[in-house]
Design a protein around this ligand. Structure first.
Ligand code: PXP
Length: 237
């Protein structure tokens, strides 16, 4: 079964709006685990506008499921993840001020840069995934960087799904088949929701893990966190 990793950035955004510790990030992460999430994802950004570096340090010792840290591999980010040692690091190419991740790596242009960082992280015992679009050349090149997995950037799928879902899924199936043929594990994330998740998994059942934040936390406003996590896991069956 595809694993569900809950991205808790949005929860930190609410906390940061008032400066106190409500809602408590660590408690929310533990509750996600208790309600059946297979993992927790965080994406500390350089300006710490949602998840802070200290949150990452606080979460590691208390989590009992898979911990996935996403981010641009700046010197500060690499220092953080090498000291925290999560199960997985997902490298994203975002420039520092990016609102959200909105493109995958050009693994051809950044081949050397990625190779060096991935080697270093793998030596530290961390599984490495790299965020990627559906361009086949980028996926083939990703395989030669030493990455363990690729994470498909699913925003184009999510937006095109509403217009023509057969057309929307087609490049993702091709990309996923290419990743599998290259021996890469497969994650997916961005704009996945109760609307589009089931169809994605039906067509690409070998996805190892999805990381979902915005829609899941928004759904929790209506259904509650426990029921929402159950609904997302039902889509993965
Ligand atoms: N994967 C990556 C690399 C991301 O940057 C994000 C957003 O932080 C997600 C997955 C989750 O996207 P969403 O919040 O739209 O579910």
């Amino acid at each position: 079964m595809t694993k569900l990793s809950v991205n808790i950035n949005k929860v930190a955004t609410i906390r940061n709006a008032r400066g106190g510790n409500i809602p408590d990030i660590c408690q929310v992460a533990l509750d996600c685990e208790r309600f059946g999430a297979h993992g927790i994802t965080v994406h500390p950004r350089p300006d710490e506008r949602h998840i802070r570096y200290q949150d990452v340090r606080d979460l590691k010792p208390i989590l009992t499921t898979e911990f996935n840290i996403e981010g641009y591999p700046s010197a500060d980010f690499l220092k953080l993840v090498k000291s925290v040692k999560p199960h997985q690091v997902t490298l994203v190419p975002d420039p520092p001020g990016a609102l959200t991740s909105n493109a995958g790596w050009d693994t051809i242009q950044h081949q050397g840069f990625l190779k060096e960082i991935i080697t270093d992280l793998k030596q530290a015992g961390i599984r490495v995934s790299i965020f990627i679009d559906t361009d086949i050349r980028n996926i083939e090149s990703a395989a030669t960087t030493g990455a363990d997995r690729v994470e498909l950037y699913t925003e184009p799928y999510a937006s095109d799904y509403l217009i023509n879902r057969e057309k929307a899924i087609a490049p993702f199936i091709r990309a996923a088949e290419c990743a599998r043929a290259c021996g890469l594990g497969l994650n997916a994330g961005h704009d996945l929701s109760l609307v589009n998740l089931k169809y994605l998994i039906e067509h690409i059942p070998w996805i190892d893990e999805v990381s979902i934040g915005h829609a899941l936390i928004s759904d929790a406003l209506y259904f509650g966190l426990e029921e929402t996590i159950k609904k997302y896991k039902d889509q993965l069956k």
